[in-house]
Design a protein around this ligand. Structure first.
Ligand code: CMX
Length: 443
């Protein structure tokens, strides 16, 4: 822990000084203009946040501290005998801005192992929910139960000075990341495997141990988890889970409260829940067409029916991306390498060839291409994880790496309470009539 802490402190002091100079010299420079449509339509394209951990390019996709997914796959340390990156390494990269070597990654793995013990009351809280409770709801409830462990909350109550916020945030973030796999695996085994729980293996890497606790000791599945935990970790700062974590954290709610807020956002079907929706939608299509390998013409027909019914095609479209999501491509490559004949994967690839032109023909969708959620479920089903309601929990465990690394930066850079201006439609009308200067910044 000490070495991560010391390196983060040194790095954040440098960045804080750079930002201070940057704002002194350029603080008044305009970064863009805002239209009325943007205000009404989800603030698309308005730059209003700083998130250090990753940056999304509409054409190219995500870069984590400047590195694309294929670059991460090449450069980040791997598990022994593996070819996919260890997500602990990505956390190091996002937190410290530097690619780690093998030793640095093993250090993070062993720190996480040491602080991974989940107190019993968290399991008791999960057990208090009806078994039918959605896994994401159980996950959020468990995170809230774990909040009793927050160092930030305790130290704040004891009068912690502002300059020390980052340290308590880092400690809480690492503790949460260490414990989430055990919590998620507990929910999985409780809901789907008759409560037959599997103890952690203290010698395994973070994702390998997660796979093990869920009951998947197949080496290939562990590799999938390493890839999965890497590619879902971060998608710059404006997406719902990252933004909600940042927003709630800005009121100095501790990392547990802030992360739970992010997870509530991830549980929405237009965001992380889309991974469950994709498989549910395909299962419904298979049932309706009475085949486990529908032809492209049948898929096209089913897509039309979905659209006519006023529903979205899950796994397609994106608020920022305008090309195929490289996270989709990374999973497709994993599928082509490990399960080229898998019928569900072949269906995903057929959907990929069928859906974009249909969506494009609607004339309103900005991005007809698949996002990360279009592929993930099929790979999980291949290894036997068919319980699609659980998929968003996997996304959530991964997302902790990015949003909590960002929260550490928020506190170390002393970012203030987030409080954008809102308006009413009546005030917009007055403004249009020249009677009220709502955007003239009267505050
Ligand atoms: N199927 C059908 N219609 C779609 C669509 C899809 N997959 N994606 C967008 N559209 C529609 C929108 O509903 C909107 O229609 P209206 O004008 O009638 O309301 C229109 O096309 C324009 O939307 P857009 O500007 O292209 O997309 P947005 O930025 O508003 O929304 C997103 C982005 C992701 C919410 C949307 O594409 C969607 O609902 N996709 C399906 C759900 C999904 O896969 N979500 C996961 C995203 C990745 C993640 O966060 O995990």
């Amino acid at each position: 822990m000490e070495s991560i802490k010391d390196k983060f402190k040194a790095k954040s002091e440098i960045v804080a000084a750079e930002i201070k100079d940057l704002l002194k010299e350029h603080g008044n420079r305009k970064i863009g203009e805002v239209t009325l449509s943007q205000v009404y339509q989800g603030m698309r394209g308005i730059t209003g946040l700083v998130t250090e951990t990753s940056l999304l390019d509409a054409q190219e996709g995500i870069r984590f501290r400047g590195y694309t997914i294929p670059e991460l796959q090449e450069k980040l340390p791997k598990a022994k005998g593996g070819t996919e990156p260890l997500p602990e390494g990505l956390f190091h990269l996002m937190l410290l801005g530097e690619l780690p070597n093998e030793q640095e990654v093993s250090h993070i793995t062993s720190v996480l192992q040491r602080i991974s013990h989940v107190p019993n009351h968290v399991f008791a809280t999960i057990e208090a929910t009806p078994i039918s409770t959605h896994p994401m709801t159980q996950f959020v409830i468990a995170i809230m139960a774990l909040q009793t462990e927050s160092t930030f909350a305790k130290e704040y109550a004891a009068g912690m000075a502002k300059k020390d916020y980052w340290e308590a945030t880092l400690y809480d973030s690492l503790t949460l990341i260490a414990r989430l796999p055990r919590i998620a695996a507990y929910i999985y085994r409780r809901k789907y495997k008759n409560g037959d729980h599997i103890q952690p293996d203290g010698l395994m890497d973070w994702s390998g141990n997660f796979a093990h606790m869920m009951g998947y000791d197949n080496e290939e599945f562990k590799e999938l988890m390493r890839l999965y935990m890497t590619i879902h970790a971060d998608h710059e700062g404006g997406n719902v889970s990252a933004h909600a974590t940042h927003l709630v954290g800005s009121s100095l709610s501790d990392p547990y409260l802030a992360f739970a807020a992010g997870m509530n956002g991830l549980a929405g079907p237009l965001h992380g829940l889309a991974n469950q929706e994709v498989i549910k939608w395909i299962y419904e299509m298979q049932e309706k067409l009475d085949t486990d390998l529908p032809a492209k013409e049948q898929i096209a027909q089913y897509v039309q029916e979905t659209i006519t019914a006023g529903k979205v095609v899950p796994g397609y479209g994106h608020a920022v991306l305008r090309k195929t999501d490289p996270r989709f491509t990374a999973q497709m490559e994993f599928g082509k390498k490990h399960m080229p004949e898998d019928k569900l994967c072949r269906t995903i690839w057929n959907i990929y060839e069928t859906v974009p032109p249909i969506l494009q023909s609607l004339g309103k969708i900005k991005n007809p291409w698949p996002n990360v959620d279009a592929h993930s479920g099929a790979l999980l089903v291949h290894y036997g994880m068919v319980e699609y309601e659980f998929y968003t929990v996997l996304f959530g465990v991964s997302r902790a790496l990015g949003v909590l690394a960002s929260l550490c930066w928020d506190r170390s850079l002393n970012f203030p309470l987030e409080r954008p201006k809102s308006v009413t439609t009546d005030s917009v009308k007055l403004w249009l009539e020249g009677k009220d200067e709502i955007w003239e910044n009267k505050q």
